[in-house]
Design a protein around this ligand. Structure first.
Ligand code: ZN
Ligand code: ZN
Length: 182
């Protein structure tokens, strides 16, 4: 993946509905080739987000973040630990957790929880939902409607004010659904 990262100063408020206008240039890419289903991937600016939030740019944090960018398949901390270990043989799982916690705090990375499984991590700071394939376990980024219409379709009782939402859809991915049919 291209590592020329771009900025989004809205990273920290990206869960708020209406935070659709984003500053700065954006890097777009698609995680899956499924037409219409994939959410554009927008990455944060590592150096800017870290220093703005008062965190040091450590080699370990950078390696963990890079590993997440290299294969943005929503890995768990343990997955990332094994990926980073090649380059930083002395890194511990606890350090990987700490790095991830910092990356989440700065808004560079989102924590995604799918069912009862361990937390997974996603570097796409674009507002998006997740599709969890219950057969193969893969997690995909999908676009979710950010509109008043969608919120009103939820039929919430009077007095509830929506400020953001995390959406995970469960089902079968295209590969598994075609296997199921045949
Ligand atoms: Zn699948
Ligand atoms: Zn994601």
């Amino acid at each position: 993946m291209d590592k020329a990262l771009t900025s989004s100063k809205f990273a920290r408020s990206s869960t708020a509905i209406g935070a659709r206008k984003r500053g700065g240039r954006s890097q777009h890419g698609f995680q899956t080739s499924a037409k219409g289903a994939a959410s554009p991937i927008i990455l944060g600016d590592y150096n800017q987000n870290m220093s703005q939030n008062g965190f040091r740019l450590t080699k370990q944090r950078r390696e963990v973040y890079d590993a997440l960018l290299e294969q943005s398949d929503h890995p768990t901390a343990t997955d990332l630990f094994f990926r980073v270990k090649d380059r930083l043989p002395h890194i511990s799982l606890a350090t990987v957790y700490n790095c991830l916690e910092t990356l989440v705090l700065t808004g560079l990375v989102k924590q995604v929880t799918v069912e009862r499984g361990p937390a997974r991590y996603c570097p796409n700071i674009q507002e998006h939902g997740h599709f969890h394939c219950t057969a193969c376990g893969r997690v995909f980024d999908v676009s979710i409607p950010q509109s008043e219409k969608f919120v009103s379709s939820l039929g919430l009782p009077a007095g509830f004010v929506v400020t953001g939402y995390d959406l995970t859809i469960h089902g079968l991915c295209p590969v598994c659904s075609s296997k199921a049919k045949s």
